[in-house]
Design a protein around this ligand. Structure first.
Ligand SMILES: O=P(O)(O)O[C@@H]1C[C@H](O)[C@@H](CO)O1
Ligand SMILES: Nc1nc2[nH]cnc2c(=O)[nH]1
Length: 297
């Protein structure tokens, strides 16, 4: 009981999430079916929403703040090809010093807004040697190594109003949405740079050593990044469908004689180069997702 009180008082309780959702519902007329989280340098996606109502994170009650270059810190409501959406122009990462419950709180707020589908995007380093910089990887599964050791967003008292104590994750990434994304990619002529694979989350903020990259690749990861997995787990816990993609912004350094060095500038530059194609890809995907219930917006 005492422990529950401590967790609630930190601002992650059902009531805290509901208060933020109610505040947003009172400010914005759009009732979003789809929530989109923009990865590093991919915030331009949010600018493509029509009839926008946008909030700076600092003005939203009980919302975290973005601290990373390439993450603007705005929540944008609007429509994408006529579909009501909400877009996070900037996300939160463990390395910013936030507890994992805080960086995933927006997922719970989205569920309370009535969102059915979450689309997560990220920048990631390519571990799969067949991948090239600029490839888009549809995430089919993840490795949550920190989660094995207890740094997991669902640690703590479970509130059944969100979801069950022991949620299944073998279906974390919706297979129908993966197939739909492949179809969309083919239709757009993106076949040459569309891949699928396993994403591994690490804590960051340092990029990986050569030995770490080799280890993660041997463990089955095709790409490595610092986000997305925690959001996926919480979104699934709340019953939302998840589609996620990685833009391969750099090749993970796997050889000791390599002169390459991972850096955030390259990440942002690759995102900039692929920005308009990513926007097209996500907006076409959104337009082809079938809502499970009719929206009143
Ligand atoms: O928010 P994402 O996962 O796209 O950001 C990645 C991981 C780090 O925040 C940053 C490193 O360049 O990009
Ligand atoms: N951990 C990690 N995150 C990234 N985000 C973009 N590229 C990378 C990378 O190489 N490693």
């Amino acid at each position: 009981m005492h422990k529950r009180h401590v967790v609630c008082s930190r601002g992650y309780s059902y009531e805290d999430c509901q208060a933020t959702a109610d505040w947003l519902l009172a400010q914005a007329a759009v009732r979003p079916q789809v929530a989109i989280v923009c990865g590093s340098g991919m915030g331009g996606l949010a600018d493509t929403l029509k009839d926008q109502v946008a909030f700076n994170y600092k003005d939203i009650p009980n919302f975290p703040l973005s601290t990373v270059p390439g993450h603007a810190g705005r929540l944008v409501f609007g429509t994408l090809k006529g579909r009501p959406c909400v877009c996070m122009q900037g996300r939160f990462h463990l390395y910013e010093g936030y507890p994992v419950q805080k960086i995933t709180k927006p997922m719970r707020i989205f569920a309370l807004l009535g969102v059915e589908t979450v689309i997560l995007t990220n920048a990631a380093g390519g571990l799969n040697q067949d991948f090239k910089v600029g490839d888009i990887m549809i995430i089919k599964d993840h490795l949550n190594i920190a989660g094995f050791a207890g740094n997991h967003p669902l640690v703590g008292p479970n509130d059944d109003r969100f979801g069950v104590r022991f949620p299944c994750m073998s279906d974390a990434y919706d297979r129908d949405l993966q197939q739909l994304a492949l179809d969309v990619g083919q239709d757009l002529g993106y076949g040459d740079f569309l891949r699928d694979g396993v994403y591994c989350v690490v804590g960051g903020p340092s990029f990986e050593t050569i030995a770490e990259c080799r280890m993660l690749h041997k463990l089955g990861a095709d790409a490595v990044g610092m986000s997305t997995v925690h959001e996926t787990i919480v979104a699934r816990h709340c019953g939302m469908r998840v589609f996620a993609l990685s833009l391969i912004t750099n090749k993970a350094v796997m050889e000791y004689d390599s002169e390459e060095k991972a850096n955030h500038e390259e990440v942002l530059e690759t995102s900039r180069v692929r920005a308009s194609q990513l926007e097209k890809f996500v907006s076409n995907l959104v337009s082809r997702i079938k809502p499970s219930k009719l929206s009143n917006s």
